[in-house]
Design a protein around this ligand. Structure first.
Ligand code: GLA
Length: 424
């Protein structure tokens, strides 16, 4: 019995060869002909910088080795037919001609929405048939939806010869198509972090993403070394399997509060407030804290105060984490993970009992630090641990979940992996 309680499934990443083979096979079995090619896009974990992207802030994702594979062929007409390995017997169809925002229901909204957004932007895209195979766990806060929209955008770019996918700058255009699909067709709020990670991350690097509007592709990212093995570390990811929904209004409510608070403070966005305080303090931590207190004192609503405190301190934590990890100060990096989670728990109020429990177990069992990753309200946690410790810790978390009557979690380990690309 006890042995069973500790059982936890580790999700392995499918290899490119295997993913391409399975997606091709599903495609030809479903549609009766061969696809033009296979493309893959990864899920992500955000190391730190949560709920900062839509506040023009900073975030620091890595791409997972876990990817979504799409086998695709263009069509002469404007129909879209999609099938996924999750439900192989059901083909979802949509018509692009005359399609409006919100016009496709269910999961097919994500891929069809990408073609719709591209056409809305004047790109010469018609219909397509596509088959999806993925090992990014669904609804886990690991960006399975961005993996789907980004792989679709890259595949359509390729088969319609648009040429955006071959440069970083072009990829930024495809990212905005993926974001538009999620926001406007699927009705899921997203701020750009996930799609940038899926399209722009590099192996061995974390993507320091600056979300201020108006920055060029060259200006808004910097590739930071993220070589866990060099420090004898592993990054454990635990999907709590708690129900997770971004489009249930909570995410949108957080965004709205941030925008209202920025207006009240007379700044364009909360990033501007964070920068103003940091600049005025000239590197003095006490002055920075006092500056923050003064800004918070200008707000009257207690909820706004908490939300703003999270966003501003989280933006600072991204810079501090990049510096600490870069210089090998893993204890400080870990404590910044912890501070980020606590801020998301008490100030931003987006954690869930499953996330808090997993983080607590990780912290009391030797992790350097642990935090929720992604939008929250369920989803996954990450923990920075010594090499070889992941399985043991994951089992401890599973045991605690079982004792609390939570659903059984699942786990994976991650190294910083490659962005979306053609694989066959
Ligand atoms: C979700 C959104 C992202 C980002 C995170 C929180 O993953 O899709 O844009 O806002 O939540 O950091």
């Amino acid at each position: 019995m006890i042995a069973q309680d500790r059982d936890i499934r580790f999700i392995e990443a499918i290899t490119d060869a295997d993913g391409a083979h399975k997606a091709r096979e599903l495609f030809s079995r479903t549609f009766g002909y061969e696809p033009s090619g296979v493309w893959a896009a990864p899920g992500r974990v955000n190391l730190i910088g949560e709920h900062t992207d839509y506040n023009a802030g900073l975030c620091l994702p890595i791409a997972l080795p876990h990817r979504t594979f799409i086998a695709l062929a263009p069509r002469r007409d404007t129909r879209v037919r999609t099938v996924s390995a999750v439900r192989q017997d059901s083909v979802a169809e949509a018509e692009l001609e005359g399609l409006n925002a919100g016009g496709v229901a269910g999961w097919a909204a994500y891929p069809a929405g990408v073609a719709w957004a591209m056409r809305e932007h004047g790109m010469a895209v018609r219909g397509f048939d596509a088959a999806f195979v993925s090992c990014v766990p669904l609804g886990s806060g690991l960006s399975s939806s961005a993996a789907m929209t980004c792989s679709t955008a890259l595949a359509l770019d390729d088969v319609y010869g648009l040429g955006f996918g071959s440069t970083d700058e072009g990829r930024v255009t495809l990212i905005s198509m993926a974001v538009a699909s999620e926001n406007d067709m699927a009705g899921a709020s997203t701020g750009g972090l996930d799609q940038n990670a899926s399209m722009r991350c590099r192996a061995g690097k974390a993507l320091l993403l600056d979300c201020r509007p108006g920055l060029s592709a060259l200006e808004n990212v910097s590739q930071q070394d993220f070589d866990l093995a060099a420090y004898g570390l592993e990054l454990l990811v635990v999907d709590t399997c708690a129900p997770h929904q971004l489009n249930d209004g909570q995410y949108a409510a957080r965004r709205k509060t941030c925008e209202e608070a920025a207006a009240e403070l007379g700044v364009r966005n909360l990033r501007q407030a964070a920068d103003q305080i940091a600049d005025a303090s000239r590197g003095d931590a006490d002055r920075k804290r006092e500056g923050l207190d003064r800004v918070l004192a200008a707000l009257s609503d207690p909820t706004e105060i908490k939300r703003v405190r999270h966003v501003i301190t989280e933006i600072w934590r991204v810079e501090d984490f990049a510096e600490a990890f870069g210089s090998g100060d893993i204890r400080t990096a870990g404590s910044l993970f912890n501070a980020s989670h606590d801020s998301l728990r008490y100030d931003y109020e987006v954690t869930a009992p499953e996330l808090d429990t997993a983080v607590e177990v990780a912290r009391s069992n030797g992790a350097y630090g642990a935090r929720m990753t992604g939008g929250g309200f369920g989803g996954s946690i990450i923990a920075l641990v010594d090499k070889g410790q992941s399985r043991q810790l994951a089992e401890k978390i599973a045991e605690a979940f079982s004792a609390k009557g939570f659903r059984q979690p699942q786990a994976l380990t991650s190294v910083a992996s490659r962005a979306a690309e053609r694989v066959a």
